[in-house]
Design a protein around this ligand. Structure first.
Ligand code: PMP
Length: 307
């Protein structure tokens, strides 16, 4: 478990990082957050934080949408995170959770004229989805939040009620995950993952205006597929029935990493097992994220000083 947190401007024992039941962010979901992975590299005895700068830039964008003023730049947030991880001393994969929220202890729904607070904690973390090599998903009967209601491109705490409704309905019905349709009936993403499929020799993924979170793993996969496999990604809206007939399908995300979808409701995807494209992309992703591929070393920030 986490021993420390960055809270109210300094690193404190985790027990001291507490909020009141009156906190605005707790009552109204007025916060935004990130999820960042750090991978332990046994050979190099080093913990690498994956695409940290990009995660903190996205936190800044989420904060702009929520009228949250962050007193730290993305680079400063990165330095704080490294300090926190050094104090924790993890020698295993970890998950970092930065959380910016409205901290006032008042009644009143709004975003302006409130006090902002920032917390960061990190904990050891393994798989988010046990069935990474072969997930069975359904199409959720819940719809994705609409950009004109709760913008999905911001990682807003309150918006995760949508994800939680989707995930619980799927799991309680015996599936591992669910794909969610946007208000137009096209595939947007999974409950907490972006969606890709392989069709006719291309990767296809919903565009950023399909009510998705603009995923950093999604971005990494688009680059790895193009650079290492010569595989182009087409960003276009995806019909539900295309998922039933595609060659391969998978989910991407910091938590889920790259998870093969092998069955959608009662239909197998492709051959009903992880296909060659997903298998290769998983290898490429883990190689890059664990700091084993020099070409993508700029995605990995080492936690220990290299002297
Ligand atoms: N969509 C949603 C709703 C998510 O919560 C996540 C996880 N952050 C993703 C997509 C994947 O984004 P990323 O690859 O940046 O983790």
């Amino acid at each position: 478990m986490a021993q420390y947190a960055f809270f109210k401007g300094k690193i404190v024992p985790i027990k001291e990082a507490k909020v009141s039941v009156m906190t605005h962010g707790l009552n109204y979901g007025t916060g935004c957050f990130e999820g960042i992975r750090a991978y332990w590299n046994e050979e190099q005895e080093q913990l690498f934080v994956f695409r940290m700068q990009e995660h903190y830039e996205r936190l800044h964008r989420s904060c702009r949408i929520l009228h949250i003023d962050l007193p730290y730049s993305a680079a400063e947030l990165g330095r704080i995170t490294l300090e926190l991880l050094r104090q924790e001393g993890y020698r295993e994969d970890a998950y970092i959770r930065p959380l910016a929220f409205k901290a006032d202890e008042i009644i009143g729904v709004r975003l302006h004229n409130l006090t902002d607070e920032l917390a960061i904690f990190a904990m050891p973390f393994g798989r988010y989805l046990e069935e990474e090599e072969g997930a069975h998903v359904c199409i959720s009967s819940w719809r994705r939040v609409d950009d004109n209601a709760v913008p999905a491109r911001a990682k807003i705490t309150g918006a995760y009620i949508n994800s939680a409704l989707v995930k619980s309905a799927a799991e309680m019905d015996g599936y591992n995950e669910a794909l969610v349709l946007d208000q137009n009936g096209h595939i947007s993403e999974g409950s907490a993952e972006n969606f890709f499929m392989v069709r006719n020799g291309y990767l296809v993924t919903p565009p950023v205006n399909s009510d998705i979170l603009e995923g950093i793993t999604r971005d990494s996969i688009i680059e790895l597929a193009q650079e290492e496999m010569g595989l182009e990604t087409v960003q276009r809206s995806i019909d539900r029935s295309e998922v039933y007939i595609c060659d391969e399908a998978f989910l991407t995300g910091t938590g889920v990493q790259i998870a093969a979808i092998i069955k959608v409701e009662h239909r197998p995807v492709g051959a009903g097992e992880m296909g060659p494209v997903v298998a290769r992309l998983r290898e490429l992703y883990f190689g890059a994220a664990k700091g084993r591929n020099p070409k993508y070393r700029h995605w990995c920030t080492p936690v220990s000083d290299l002297d």
